[in-house]
Design a protein around this ligand. Structure first.
Ligand SMILES: C[S@@+](CC[C@H](N)C(=O)[O-])C[C@H]1O[C@@H](n2cnc3c(N)ncnc32)[C@H](O)[C@@H]1O
Length: 301
């Protein structure tokens, strides 16, 4: 795909619009999987990339990237996704080992955690995304005869609609502790949909539950339009992230959770680069500068 490729923002599947971003993350996870200093093993990731015509010329190994780590898209940005995946894997596993029995992946995309993480027995993983994305995922995983390591429940619904009803119909039990994840999601949603999401998570969680999400704190995202990451993503694979991000005012979701009694902590990705001694470092005109990973817990009495 080239930089002149049209942006199909309302496409339901992975062929364009926001669905294509799920493939971007899958390609990054494929590259991370095959690195010598890997942080994450996702053996399914490259199969998604290879199954989608929209990304037939994307790399799935760093050796296929001429500039390697120096490449802003398949080097630095891919490493960002690898680090994010690892940090959020650790968060989810900690939460289920300390009591959460249900996992809800909001905007799950091509996340294969239900298949690749070592879940304690009796856990359910709900995957919410739009129907077209989940149908593509189902097709690829079925072809691979992949077996989930928890009870896996796809919930095809748009997060701008009343998704809580769909989750209840799918079997989610609000009386049982749960852990929730919104990874690479909230900035695609209109502000009111994010507010509804946070209120709904609060309403559907017991004490002992947890939520992690990714936020972008920039007041004006367009300031970074010519950053290396946004430019490479737009011009080389035709994904204009700034076009896909919602431009309206963002709610203060960490503040809203704190006001509801949750304990919250907010980190930069670079905090975890330091912790894992691998990952992106800050750079000038950095599209990652405003990215924050928020970890929230609803305290037990
Ligand atoms: C960047 S991808 C991240 C996917 C996954 N969380 C991960 O990190 O691999 C964004 C995902 O959010 C989903 N998404 C965006 N807007 C959505 C909406 N309104 N309803 C449901 N899913 C949505 C997209 O379909 C896509 O799969």
């Amino acid at each position: 795909m080239t930089g002149t490729a049209p942006q199909h923002t309302d496409v339901e599947g992975v062929d364009g619009g926001v669905g294509l971003t799920a493939l971007l993350v899958a390609a990054a996870r494929a590259i991370e999987t095959h690195r010598d200093d890997t942080l994450v093993q996702d053996p399914y990731a490259e199969h998604f990339v290879r199954a989608a015509p929209a990304c037939e010329d994307w790399p799935v190994r760093l050796e296929q990237v001429p500039d390697g780590d120096a490449d802003p898209l398949w080097g630095r940005f891919a490493r960002y996704f690898g680090l994010r995946t690892r940090v959020l894997d650790d968060f989810l596993l900690r939460a289920v080992r300390t009591g959460a029995r249900q996992v809800v992946l909001l905007g799950a995309g091509l996340d294969t955690r239900a298949f690749r993480l070592d879940w304690p027995s009796g856990r359910a993983v709900f995957e919410i995304d739009r129907a077209g994305v989940l149908a593509f995922k189902h097709r690829v995983l079925t072809d691979l005869t992949a077996t989930p390591r928890a009870e896996r429940v796809p919930v095809p619904v748009d997060l701008r609609a009343d998704w809580a009803g769909a989750l209840a119909t799918a079997g989610f039990d609000p009386s049982v502790p749960s852990v929730w994840l919104a990874e690479g999601l909230l900035f695609y949603l209109p502000g009111p949909a994010e507010t509804y999401l946070i209120d709904t998570v609060d309403g559907l969680t017991t004490q002992g539950s947890a939520l992690a999400f990714e936020a972008k704190l920039e007041k004006d995202l367009l300031v970074y339009r010519d950053s290396a990451i946004y430019t490479a993503t737009r011009e080389r694979i035709g994904i204009d992230l700034l076009h896909l991000f919602d431009k309206g005012p963002r709610p203060d979701s960490a503040g809203a959770l704190a006001a509801k009694g949750w304990s919250t902590s907010m980190h930069t990705p670079f905090d975890f680069t330091e912790r894992h001694r691998r990952g992106p470092l800050p750079e000038p005109n950095d599209a990652l500068e405003g990215n924050r990973w928020v970890f929230a817990h609803k305290p037990r009495p």
